[in-house]
Design a protein around this ligand. Sequence first.
Ligand code: FE2
Length: 322
Amino acid sequence: MLPSCQGHGPVGRGAAPDNEEKDMTHVAGRIAELPQFAAPAGGRLTDEMRAAFDAAGVIILRDFCSVRKCAELKARAEELVEAFDPTEVRSVFSTTTQNQLDDRYFIDSGDKIRFFLEDDAFDERGELRQPKHLSLNKMGHAMHDLDPVFDRFSRTPELAALARRLGFCKPAIIQSMYIFKPPRIGGEVVSHQDSTYIYTEPESCVGFWFALEDATLENGCMQFIPGAHKGPLKARNYRRPDGTLTTDILDAGEWPEEQRLPAEAKAGTLVVFNGRAPHMSAANRSSVSRHAYTLHAIDRTSHYPAENWLQRSPDLPLRGFE
Ligand code: FE2
């Protein structure tokens, strides 16, 4: 069963449009480019947009928020970074080496604002290679509930309407991340499904990824395998009874990585994707950063397991987009 207020929940795997063969974005039944639209008025996805999202598992909405709003969020992130002392933290986040495993700093960050450095941030002597603002991988995971500027950005009538059109009954923003993807050292993120980490029964995770700066192939934009969200969840990450993290492989099959398509996005673009949609981003070897802000929502009508890595204090109850 999928959570559903409208007969199809947020992770509903709806059929491809009937006119798939005639659609220029499909080649031999395969989606040839990721569905992209100008942001709909008031966040109200049209039926065509919703069908495209269901078929591809991802949709790109240009100009969802203004460049001014993006700049405000970047400026607030800069202030938070300014107050951060990197010598207190040696934690790094890497999906290639799973360095965050057994790391309390990460596990306890679900209801806090914490900073995670890139793998290559430190040199052999343990000194930062670049200034701290150019060494960060991400900040997470509760800015949307703890910081007023992030709160305002994360809760708008447009996002609330969008969540409704995606089929959420009772959306809750479970986490926020500010992704820095700094020039030269911004690391690769290998293909994964976000429902591996944000698991509910039934699955209900949807990602909302805002480009705060232009994301290009050169600086490591996200890439998706369209339609692959219709396959199984391949892995589940959870806390063991001793509090450490582990990942179980649920399906050993391979994703058709050769079908990956780039989600290049100008600042102000919103990329929405199904928690089962496999995605990755290449390392940023360019000379420019690729800042992005992501929200993940779950449906409160789904069960949220106590063994999920992200747990919040009862003092910080979950809230939706309103
Ligand atoms: Fe992800």
